[in-house]
Design a protein around this ligand. Structure first.
Ligand code: NOJ
Length: 597
């Protein structure tokens, strides 16, 4: 009897219905607690962020798209690397990843196209999703959290009773978060499978055109990276990748196609993502492709860890300069095209605290920044490598010609900061140091460690390099503001990692309180830096979805949405709801301010 609720046609088990109803009743009680948790953890003052601030999520082509050989895409370096046994911890690849290539559009679009059955009858699923479609533009869901959560149960009922054929997958998830931008990267090998001497892949162009159009249609600003660690394998095989100066011309050719084709709609271009990680992992430790290193640094067949990172970095910096030069001359301000966008670079930016109060350790902390982040930013902004690098490396460091220097002078519109964590640095020039990360000459003689006197700098996470140290966000942004005064900044990535523990339940993954606390604290620190005058114009959470975490494969989860790797189903985590509320509060305050004026 209890189960005869009129849903027998839905083929539901009695137990399932009873379970759902009891869960619903219990949830009414827990809703208020959840709202309390979210309120307590809201963190930061979103009203401090400037109007037009970009709130978004970030992704990259290899980690998200999948479709690795679909529609004419060529192999890239990560395709080849991940297919070699032993390179990826769980033996996985990005062949499918989270299938963003096929799923970015599904959702409301899909639903609207399929609202009626073949017989002209409205589908019941349509009614399940109607409130969501209707209310989203009004932002009501964000403003009334209680309503939102109860509405969540309406949706859940639709799921449980089997009416939810519509999947919220890509852009719809972003719309439902309330973000106003999306950071993604273009797969070079999808556009130019064989580099400059092959054909342009029309299907690749078509894919990104559709993605960009769909974003723009939903009011989401595309924030586009040209290369996020991936290059066509053809360029690795033919030229030896970034060790060859020939890559400058290859990159120019590729970037030019992207500016010409997508630049009418893309106003933010990132040239390179984290080249400082790319060259140290690719050519010093050999843990990323092309797996080159000396035997004392890693397990590689070829390479020279003391030289090659600097050669690769130099070629990347020159490629950067070439591309910025054509963007500036032919697209940005060109009268005919007048794209009027902006261009920059994204660096991995960890904050470094001195190990002690000694002058030597303070200098070591400065040196650590120079040998990692300023290594790229100084040449681009000042036209030369940092002084400490010149002094310690001497002739190992390649030189810039006069012409290079001319192109490099202030060659950027914004600095992208990927900030996750902080470390201590200890001097190894004047003091005796144990060997370890950072201690060698080519790393600047500054040993880096997350621990001091047996105490960690911050709570550890599922990744050994990621410790929670929110004050590092304010310090990092302030450091960049002071060193490169006047250049706008974007936090292009920030996020928290969970272990993909096979013994965890889906509920445990979804209730990601640690991620909420992390984001709240880091955004709080960011808002403090902004209040003190830092010109920060956007924040992108890494990441929209759980995804392929490079050499860790699918063993780590960074997403605001959980991905079931069996079905690829996406489910919002608590952090997604939290981010949505945070952004809603920001939008509301900004709207009220505008109305008052
Ligand atoms: C920065 C990289 O850009 C991104 O690809 C990576 O997944 C995150 N860090 C987390 O490690």
């Amino acid at each position: 009897m209890v189960c005869n609720l009129g849903f027998t046609a839905m083929n539901m088990s009695c137990l399932h219905k009873v379970f759902f109803l009891s869960q619903f009743l219990l949830s009414i009680v827990s809703v208020s607690c959840l709202i309390e948790t979210l309120k307590q953890n809201l963190g930061g003052d979103p009203s401090l962020f400037p109007s037009n601030f970009l709130f978004g999520t970030a992704s990259s082509s290899y980690q998200f798209e999948g479709a690795f050989l679909n529609d004419g895409k060529g192999l890239n370096n990560w395709d080849v690397f991940s297919h070699e046994p032993g390179n990826i911890r769980d033996g996985s690849t990005g062949d499918i990843a989270v299938d963003h290539y096929h799923r970015y559009l599904e959702g409301h679009q899909y639903l609207l196209n399929n609202a009626y059955t073949g017989l002209g009858q409205p589908r019941i699923e349509y009614f399940c999703h109607l409130p969501c479609t209707a209310l989203q533009p009004l932002n009501l869901l964000q403003i009334f959290p209680l309503f939102f959560i109860l509405f969540g149960y309406f949706k859940k009922a639709c799921d449980v009773f089997g009416w939810s054929s519509m999947r919220q997958e890509g852009i719809d998830l972003m719309v439902s978060l309330g973000v106003n931008s999306y950071r993604f990267s273009i797969s070079w090998a999808r556009i130019l499978p064989e580099g400059r001497f092959g054909e342009v892949n029309a299907a690749g162009i078509d894919y990104y055109n559709k993605l960009i159009d769909a974003l723009v249609l939903k009011g989401l600003e595309p924030f586009v990276t040209l290369t996020h660690f991936d290059i066509p394998q053809e360029l690795e095989d033919t030229f030896g990748g970034w060790l060859s100066p020939k890559l400058q011309e290859e990159f120019r050719y590729y970037a030019d196609i992207c500016f010409k084709t997508f630049g009418d709609r893309v106003k933010y271009w990132v040239t390179f993502n984290e080249p400082n990680i790319q060259v140290t992992a690719g050519y010093r430790s050999g843990s990323y492709p092309p797996s080159r290193c000396s035997s004392s640094y890693g397990n590689c067949t070829y390479g020279d860890s003391e030289k090659e990172p600097f050669v690769a970095a130099h070629n990347i910096i020159l490629s950067y300069a070439t591309v910025v030069d054509i963007y500036r001359r032919q697209y940005q301000g060109n009268l005919k095209e007048k794209q009027g966008g902006s261009i920059g670079i994204v660096l991995h930016a960890k904050w470094i605290e001195p190990f002690s109060n000694s002058t030597a350790d303070k200098l070591a902390a400065d040196r650590a920044q120079s040998f990692f982040m300023n290594w790229f930013l100084d040449p681009i902004i000042f036209g030369r490598y940092p002084e400490e690098m010149n002094t310690i490396l001497g002739s190992i460091l390649p030189e810039f010609s006069c012409n290079d220097r001319k192109k490099l002078n202030k060659a950027l519109d914004f600095i992208g900061i990927n900030h996750y964590t902080s470390l201590y640095a200890q001097d190894c020039i004047f003091s005796l140091c144990e060997p370890g990360k950072g201690a060698s000459r080519t790393e600047g003689f500054c040993r880096q460690t997350p621990e001091k006197d047996g105490v960690s700098i911050g709570e550890s996470t599922a990744l050994a390099w990621l410790h929670v140290y929110p004050q590092g966000m304010e310090k990092m942004v302030t450091y960049v503001k002071e060193r490169y005064s006047g250049i706008p900044m974007f936090i292009t990535e920030n996020g928290y990692v969970d272990e993909n523990d096979p013994n965890s339940t889906i509920e445990e993954f979804l209730y990601d309180v640690k991620r909420v606390e992390y984001m709240a604290a880091y955004l709080d620190a960011l808002s403090t830096a902004v209040r003190k005058g830092a010109d920060v114009r956007g924040y992108f959470a890494w990441s929209l979805l759980d995804n392929f975490e490079w050499t860790y494969g699918y063993t780590k989860r960074f997403g605001l949405h959980h991905v079931d790797y069996g079905t690829l189903k996406r489910t919002p985590k608590l952090s997604a709801t939290w981010y949505k509320l945070f952004i809603a509060r920001y939008s509301l305050v900004k709207t009220l301010i505008v109305k008052e004026q």
